[in-house]
Design a protein around this ligand. Structure first.
Ligand code: ADP
Ligand code: 5GP
Length: 215
């Protein structure tokens, strides 16, 4: 599942809450060449790589997708997603619009969600209030928000992140509904077979007789 939004739209906040609330969803920790922010942890928020290390991973086919954002590179590691799938979980990717396009091309059944801020003023206030970027970086991120908003209609779902609790519930509802799709239910074939056997047994004369004896 891919979640995108303009910077400050609430991706990290909603992703964190979603992963806390569902043990079948794991956050795909991306690699980036941007510096670590105060409060971030290596391997939890990102794998912080040097430019050389990012190049090495790129050359060895280590990225499922990657893009440049604010002059820094970000990418989803193939290993990370394989590890999550190996655990039988859904992978949650917090990535920007170019990366989302690459994922969609490679995995047409990926579920994509775009988070919208309730207003431009709220977006700017949240981004500034996070206090993690310089004034210039905030301005650049807001300028990029225009282009990102234009991409919203490429996504499968749009959620307005006004009230955080409601937005988290809505994203969780998307995960719930999407995970109930027949092709995603691995136990479906076995369950169906078991049910068919059960129904056949319930119809058999022996079973009818047992019922009559009991009554
Ligand atoms: P992103 O990961 O999309 O850049 P964040 O999750 O870091 O965005 O959110 C940006 C800021 O807005 C954070 O300080 C976060 O706590 C705050 N925030 C997120 N969602 C809401 C919301 N629904 N109401 C108020 N503040 C929010
Ligand atoms: P930030 O610097 O605020 O953590 O992230 C900046 C942007 O990079 C956000 O839009 C975020 O979704 C995006 N991003 C984070 N990880 C990845 C990734 O692995 N691939 C791509 N394409 N974008 C990412």
């Amino acid at each position: 599942m891919v979640v995108s939004s303009p910077s400050g739209g609430g991706k990290s906040t909603i992703a964190r809450k979603l992963v806390q609330g569902r043990d079948d969803v794991a956050f795909s920790v991306s690699a980036t060449t941007r510096p670590m922010r105060p409060g971030e942890t290596e391997g939890k928020d990102y794998y912080f790589l040097s430019d050389e290390e990012f190049d090495r991973r790129l050359e060895s086919g280590g990225f499922l997708e990657w893009a440049t954002y604010g002059g820094r590179r970000y990418g989803t590691l193939v290993n990370e997603v394989q590890r999550i799938f190996g655990e039988g979980s859904h992978a949650l990717l917090d990535i920007e619009i170019e990366g989302a396009r690459q994922v969609r091309r490679q995995f047409p059944d990926a579920v994509t969600v775009f988070l919208l801020p309730p207003s431009g003023a709220a977006l700017a206030a949240r981004l500034r209030g996070r206090d993690t970027e310089s004034v210039e970086q905030v301005a650049r991120r807001l300028a990029r928000a225009q282009e990102e908003l234009r991409a919203a209609s490429e996504y499968d779902y749009v959620v307005v992140n006004d009230d955080l609790v409601v937005a988290v519930e809505q994203v969780a509802a998307i995960v719930e509904a999407e995970s109930l799709r027949v092709p995603r239910q691995q136990e479906f074939a076995g369950l169906l077979e078991q049910l068919q056997r059960g129904v056949a047994e319930a119809q058999s004369p022996a079973s009818q007789q047992q019922k009559e004896t009991r009554s």
